[in-house]
Design a protein around this ligand. Structure first.
Ligand code: FDA
Ligand code: NAP
Length: 450
């Protein structure tokens, strides 16, 4: 579309892709910026493929708790006075006093979901649900590209597509479920990200034997849930380690999630970054909260006391192969102890095998070649979370997620999202001001030499 065709169409300052907690937090940061700043508000709109707001709904298992303090909510670390804080939510829900009496920093995931839904409703005019963004491309203008504009293609739930124009995008499409190579999901083989939906599609009697693969938080929570929900079933936990390892959330280690740690990681040496991962990967990956580990061990011990077993831990074991036939699933398990394989027949198999990070290339397609990569082939990202361009493009592609290599461990987590969203909002406003100043005083041509 040329400039003339765009005349009647709004050009946004920002289009947000995905409306999980990260972009919800950004919508709030922009809303609060508009209310307090001298400059005109940032015009923005967000697109979310789900029909309504939902945060890992398929893992909303009973009694599961948050892995961050309630104060690491959508806004407080950026603006403790925000009307979108978790405390405001409790006040609005008439539960503030009871929450304090409960003396727990870690709400249930169910309650945090209620909070997120409440906050999303508060900026509901900023988002269109049931819309999937399918591509991002530079804006074509007569005679070339408009360096400061992007076109975002959006597909509605009825299959119709439309294109919106914007100066910036914030990609926040979340983690991508990971399966062992050569395996695929179906009605009997599930990834943890689809767990409750798949589980609910079966009558309990249909699930007499279930195996859960992995030794992270998802695997442990699902194993506990299956054991409690299916009292007649054999539950096998296929764990690659010798036993579940504890998630380190002690105060000194927890500092890796502080806003300051982002600067130290971003501007640190390669050796410093390596140290973050070497010493502190166990704050998040392949680890389990202590209470869930103890709950599982208690169940296992009670079985020993009773002398009947239906909870089986297969440690130092990985899945080598999965064979599906009808309603049957045969899993080949390889023991790391003696390299022997053993076949296990189950009615359902749950891969709680983790996630890959967000990769913006999927949405950028051909446009991706306009962005720089480092020697290891990873996108180069500015401190303000904007992809570094390889050409003279002045439009912005910001990332919320997919920046572990540049910004550290908080990239895929909630801990720093309030501060990160504030930094992205500030960057968009600053760059808009610079663009307007450039337009108001274009660089004068150098006088030709006499
Ligand atoms: P998130 O994945 O939440 O949202 C992305 C959104 O984008 C989704 O709603 C998706 O539908 C949408 N989308 C994707 N592609 C799209 C497209 N093309 N067009 C439109 N929409 C699109 N972290 C933490 O710090 N504390 C915690 O307690 C937990 N707990 C937790 C539990 C479970 C079960 C998991 C799997 C993960 C966590 N995490 C966590 C980590 C988790 O990444 C984090 O909680 C947030 O989900 C990150 O929010 P985002 O908005 O970045 O992604
Ligand atoms: P994860 O921490 O990455 O764990 C994946 C597990 O699967 C690891 O133990 C991994 O082992 C194992 N695995 C991978 N391939 C395997 C194979 N072929 N055979 C056997 N095991 C295999 O993933 P996650 O547990 O889903 O956690 C992801 C994120 O979600 C984390 O941030 C976590 O904190 C969060 N989460 C939070 C909650 C909550 O808030 N209550 C609940 C669930 C998840 P290796 O270590 O050998 O790779």
């Amino acid at each position: 579309m040329g400039t003339a065709g765009r005349r009647n169409q709004e050009i946004y300052d920002l289009v947000g892709i995905g409306f999980g907690p990260s972009n919800l937090s950004l919508a709030i940061a922009l809303d609060e910026h508009g209310a307090s700043a001298q400059q005109p508000p940032v015009t923005s709109h967000f697109f979310e493929q789900q029909p309504t707001f939902g945060w890992h709904r398929n893992m909303l298992l009973p009694s599961t708790t948050m892995q961050i303090s309630f104060l690491k909510d959508l806004a407080t670390f950026r603006n403790p006075m925000s009307r979108f804080s978790f405390i405001s939510f409790l006040h609005a829900s008439n539960r503030l006093v009871q929450f304090v009496n409960n003396q727990d920093f870690f709400p249930t995931r169910h309650e945090f979901h209620q909070y997120l839904e409440w906050a999303a409703a508060g900026v509901g005019d900023q988002v269109t649900y049931g819309t999937e963004v399918t591509s991002i491309r530079p804006c074509a203008e007569a005679g070339g590209q408009a360096p400061d504009l992007l076109e975002v293609e959006v597909r509605g739930s009825d299959g119709t597509t439309r294109v919106v124009t914007t100066h910036n995008v914030a990609i926040s499409t979340g983690l991508v479920p990971r399966l062992p190579e050569g395996t695929a999901t179906d009605e009997r083989v599930w990834h943890s990200s689809e767990f409750l939906g798949r589980f609910g599609a079966h009558a309990p009697d249909d699930l007499k034997s279930v195996a859960v693969v992995g030794a992270g938080q998802s695997a442990a929570e699902i194993t506990r849930f299956l054991y409690d929900s299916l009292p007649h079933a054999q539950i096998s936990a296929v764990i690659p380690s010798y036993g579940y390892s504890i998630a380190d959330d002690t105060p000194f280690a927890n500092q890796v999630f502080d806003p300051d740690a982002v600067d130290e990681y971003y501007f640190g040496t390669e050796r410093a970054r390596d140290a973050f991962w070497r010493y502190h990967r166990n704050t998040n990956y392949s680890v389990v909260d202590a209470d869930v580990i103890r709950a599982l061990y208690q169940r296992s011990y009670d079985e020993q006391v009773r002398g009947s077993r239906r909870l089986h831990f297969r440690n130092l074991t990985r899945v080598a192969e999965v064979n599906r036939a009808g309603s049957g699933t045969r899993v080949m398990l390889r023991s790391l102890l003696d390299d022997r394989t053993e076949e296990l027949a189950v009615d359902a198999l749950v891969f709680a095998t983790g996630y890959d990070g967000l990769d913006p290339a999927r949405l950028l397609g051909d446009f991706d070649k306009h962005f720089q990569r480092d020697a290891a082939g990873r996108h180069r990202v500015e401190r303000d979370y904007r992809l570094v361009t390889a050409s003279d493009l002045t439009c912005g592609v910001y990332l919320q997620g997919g920046t572990e290599h540049s910004h550290g461990l908080t990239s895929s987590l909630l801990s720093n999202m309030a501060v990160r969203s504030g930094e992205i909002a500030d960057s968009i406003v600053l760059r808009r001001t610079e663009r307007e100043l450039d337009r108001a005083s274009p660089v004068k041509e150098a006088p030709s030499a006499a």
